[in-house]
Design a binder for this molecule. Structure first.
Ligand SMILES: *[C@@H]1O[C@H](CO)[C@@H](O)[C@H](O)[C@H]1NC(C)=O
Ligand SMILES: *[C@@H]1O[C@H](CO)[C@@H](O)[C@H](O)[C@H]1NC(C)=O
Ligand SMILES: *[C@@H]1O[C@H](CO)[C@@H](O)[C@H](O)[C@H]1NC(C)=O
Ligand SMILES: *[C@@H]1O[C@H](CO)[C@@H](O)[C@H](O)[C@H]1NC(C)=O
Ligand SMILES: *[C@@H]1O[C@H](CO)[C@@H](O)[C@H](O)[C@H]1NC(C)=O
Ligand SMILES: [Cu+2]
Length: 564
């Protein structure tokens, strides 16, 4: 019954603390800190900073201070230059201003991924919306060349895909191309054999290639939409993806189109739309030989608006495919459908947003498809022993359920927005209106009072705000920082933020990098060598962000690198 206690809406601070202590969910350091902080405060904090202008169905960090937000076609207040409704903006995280981007095909429940050359590819969507003068987006490919100077915009090809895809998954591959996987040929409450699109294709396309069949997505109807896909670490020549759909998962070779290994079935409910759990590849670390571990959490067991969400996670270590088994653990004691999962700058994993009951999708006949918004973020420490991995953090006050999003940003905070459980923009309902407020979540590491390093050069380049810095796999990259802390202990990581939509964090990746030969100079200056990962199966080529942390506290800003 623990999970019910911790979710009670009004608990006194002391009672909450007592429960946390009893349920052993908070580690000693946190409890000590809590004793000093006001008792009603869990670590971390949300701050409202702005307004997204459009409902945020999808987000993607495109430059150090820019986030591109994409919605579907609906009655957003912002309009494009030609009068059409705005469905995409570039949001500036320093000024909280928005620049309206132009799109004319329907982006409803689409997907995105970066190419290894740095261009963002976005694809799929839904039917035309004549009232709004939008064409169908089912087969669209949309390219976006990120910029920091307000000059970039979408370029659309309405027939760029080989077939219709709504709820398709995209993932950046180790060779720098993008894979587009599965989807439905029309919007549905769940996938059906008739409208299923069990195929995959690449962008840029293979010579002569059409979509290729992917039988695993036939086997896993009806809970096979937005399948989870993660590039598996391995030697440079390997071409394996871990793919999870419904309750099943496989290791799949996308060159030979063969299933290399069928993994055991994950206990618990199907975890894909509309029973939406979330999936993440846990941080890869050189000292652990980049051992791949997947964590899949939450969801809901039945397509029923009153069904209480699932409170379990499955975790699997894929180092040895013959012995790999799911280990099931409690999802922090808080049942949750539609969680967002964000790996933080220190390699701990944050879960936030979502609903305590019901399903993904819209309300019908004025019945809410989901309810009991979960305001409580949880922090997951993958290196702690089972049963002690989750820590409760400070609540948000804003319900964020279907069509909400969150991503890490370069300064170590988390950008959180969205939530629209309505089929069109609704601002005049009291329960769960279309949500435009943008919040920043400051994780506990920003409250510890430790000094944050500032990167001053990478590979002798000191103009760090003028575009991504080129770095090579397997290279030793000299990094200089300043930090007013003689006892600084540095660590480094490359992070690929990926593309976020519908509790799916496509291509998200965290790879720790070893730091060697730290040397200190006068005035808080330090130099160090950071060892880049060996190849694109460890972390994909292209845009990645280099974090330098001091005792686990991220630097003032990560620097964008172009890895090749
Ligand atoms: C990246 O590759 C795509 C596909 O070939 C191309 O359309 C795009 O212009 C390229 N981007 C850059 C920055 O070269
Ligand atoms: C903006 O930056 C891009 C490169 O990111 C460059 O090609 C373009 O010329 C710049 N535009 C302006 C108006 O400065
Ligand atoms: C993952 O499995 C490998 C091989 O079985 C093992 O050496 C490693 O310790 C495991 N990692 C974790 C974190 O359990
Ligand atoms: C809410 O606004 C919509 C149009 O935006 C209108 O059709 C509807 O009647 C309004 N509902 C209420 C309860 O005011
Ligand atoms: C660190 O310094 C040692 C001694 O000078 C040197 O042998 C080693 O190559 C250096 N390591 C890196 C990664 O630069
Ligand atoms: Cu959707």
């Amino acid at each position: 019954m623990k999970h019910f206690k911790i979710r009670l809406p009004i608990i006194s601070a002391l009672f909450a603390l007592a429960i946390a202590l009893l349920s052993n969910e908070i580690d000693a350091a946190v409890i000590q800190k809590r004793a000093l902080a006001p008792l009603n405060q869990y670590p971390g904090s949300f701050q409202q900073v702005g307004n997204s202008g459009i409902a945020a169905m999808h987000i993607v960090v495109t430059a150090p201070t820019k986030i591109v937000i994409i919605d579907k076609v609906e009655d957003n207040p912002l309009k494009q230059k030609d009068g059409r409704v705005a469905v995409s903006v570039e949001y500036d995280i320093q000024t909280n201003q928005k620049r309206i981007l132009s799109l004319r095909t329907n982006t409803f429940c689409s997907a995105g991924a970066f190419l290894g050359n740095g261009t963002l590819v976005h694809s799929g969507g839904a039917e035309d919306i004549a009232d709004h003068k939008f064409d169908a987006g089912f087969e669209s490919i949309r390219l976006f060349e990120p910029c920091g100077n307000g000059s970039c915009d979408w370029v659309e090809d309405p027939k760029g895909l080989s077939s219709k895809r709504w709820y398709t998954t995209m993932t950046t591959l180790s060779d720098g191309r993008v894979m587009i996987l599965g989807g439905s040929k029309k919007p549905l409450g769940k996938s059906t054999p008739a409208d299923n699109n069990p195929t995959y294709e690449f962008f840029p396309k293979d010579q002569n290639a059409k979509a290729m069949p992917f039988t695993f997505l036939e086997e896993t109807v009806p809970y096979n939409l937005y399948p989870s896909a993660h590039v598996l670490p391995g030697p440079a020549s390997q071409t394996f993806l871990f793919v999870f759909s419904n309750t099943d998962s496989i290791v799949w070779d996308w060159v030979s189109n063969t299933i290399v290994k069928r993994l055991p079935r994950l206990p618990g409910p199907p975890r894909l739309y509309p029973l939406s759990g979330t999936s993440v590849m846990l941080p890869l670390r050189p000292e652990e030989n980049y051992a791949p571990q997947i964590l899949i959490c939450g969801g809901v067991a039945k397509q029923d608006p009153n069904q209480v969400a699932d409170n379990s996670c499955g975790r699997i270590n894929l180092s040895d495919l013959n012995t790999a088994q799911w280990e099931v653990e409690e999802f922090g004691g808080i049942p949750r459908n539609m969680p967002d999962v964000v790996i933080l700058a220190d390699g701990k994993t944050l879960f936030l947003n979502g609903a305590g009951k019901g399903i993904s999708g819209y309300n019908s006949n004025k019945v809410l498809a989901a309810d009991n918004p979960v305001f409580t973020p949880l922090l997951y420490d993958d290196r702690a022993p089972a049963g002690q991995r989750f820590t409760r953090l400070a609540d948000s006050k804003i319900p964020r359920m279907y069509h909400s999003v969150a991503t890490l940003i370069p300064d170590g905070r988390v950008f959180v927005t969205g939530s629209n459980p309505n089929s069109n923009v609704k601002t005049n309902v009291t329960k769960y209106p279309t949500e435009y407020r943008v919040e920043m979540f400051s994780p506990p590491y920003l409250q510890m009072g430790l000094k944050r390093p500032t990167i001053t050069s990478i590979s002798s380049i000191t103009t760090l705000n003028q575009g991504a810095i080129n770095v090579k796999y397997n290279s030793v990259v000299p990094v200089s920082v300043t930090v007013d802390d003689p006892n600084a202990v540095f660590s480094a990581a490359l992070v690929h933020y990926g593309f976020v939509t519908h509790a799916v964090h496509m291509s998200q990746r965290y790879v720790a990098c070893s730091v060697q030969n730290v040397t200190s100079f006068a005035n808080g200056a330090f130099t160090m060598n950071v060892i880049m990962p060996p190849n694109g199966n460890i972390i994909v080529p292209g845009r990645n962000y280099l974090y330098i942390n001091n005792n686990g506290v991220p630097g003032t800003t990560a620097v964008e690198v172009m890895l090749s």
